[in-house]
Each structure stands twice: as C-alpha cells, then as structure tokens.
Design a protein around this ligand. Structure first.
Ligand SMILES: [Zn+2]
Length: 120
C-alpha cells in the first residue's frame, strides 16, 4: 500500500553527478549501477535509481526498492561505503538475518552436543 504518489520533485539539484548515484541492496549486496541499468528488467543503461519503474525489485533477491541504500557514485568517493560492504559481510545482513545466523548456530551447536552425548 503506497501513501500517495512517490514522485519527488527535483529539489536543490546542485551537481549533475547525483543522477549517477549507485544503490546497494541491503539484503544481498547487489549494487544497481545507473550506467549499466538492469538488463533483466528491461531497464536501459543510464536510468537513475529514482526513475526505476514502480514495481522494480532487486534482480538478485527480489528485495523492494526501499531496501536499497545510496552508496554514492562510486568514482571519486572516499570508499567508505565500499569498505562497509566488503569488510566482513556481516554489515550487509539485515537484523533478521543476523538473528537467523545466531540462533541457527546455537541450534546446530546444541544438536552437535546432543549427538556427541548420544554416541557415548
Ligand atoms: Zn538484493
């Protein structure tokens, strides 16, 4: 359910570079590059993220557009955003995924312990 039209008027567009901002999927780490577009969804190269079709989703994991995060143009930036993505990988996980990882690990450890006791 959308709250009205999400058409954002061009406000304070200082630099033309803003059109080439890349967006990273916070669910899987896929990066939408405006210069490349999205061949799977018939998005022509040169399409800014803001102009993607309403129903556009991450071509890798299907996450919605609001799951994407602006990581800048990629060229000439400090690389801070890149470092966050390429660090340990955990930064790219959603909280629910982290919980799954933690509880999944606990469950596996418990099973392992139980099977050890069962063998003895
Ligand atoms: Zn994704």
């Amino acid at each position: 359910m959308s709250t009205g039209s999400s058409e954002t008027p061009e406000t304070s567009k200082s630099t033309p570079e803003t059109a080439s901002d890349r967006y990273e999927c916070r669910a899987c780490g896929y990066v939408y590059e405006p210069s490349k577009g999205d061949g799977k969804r018939q998005v022509p190269p040169g399409t800014p993220f803001e102009e993607l079709p309403e129903g556009w989703r991450c071509p890798v994991c299907g996450a919605q557009r609001r799951k994407f995060e602006n990581i800048g143009a990629g060229v000439g930036t400090s690389g801070f955003a890149e470092n966050m993505g390429y660090g340990f990988g955990v930064n790219g996980l959603t909280p629910s995924q982290k919980n799954l990882l933690i509880f999944g690990g606990l469950g596996l450890g418990l099973l392992f312990l139980l099977s050890l006791y069962g063998l003895q």
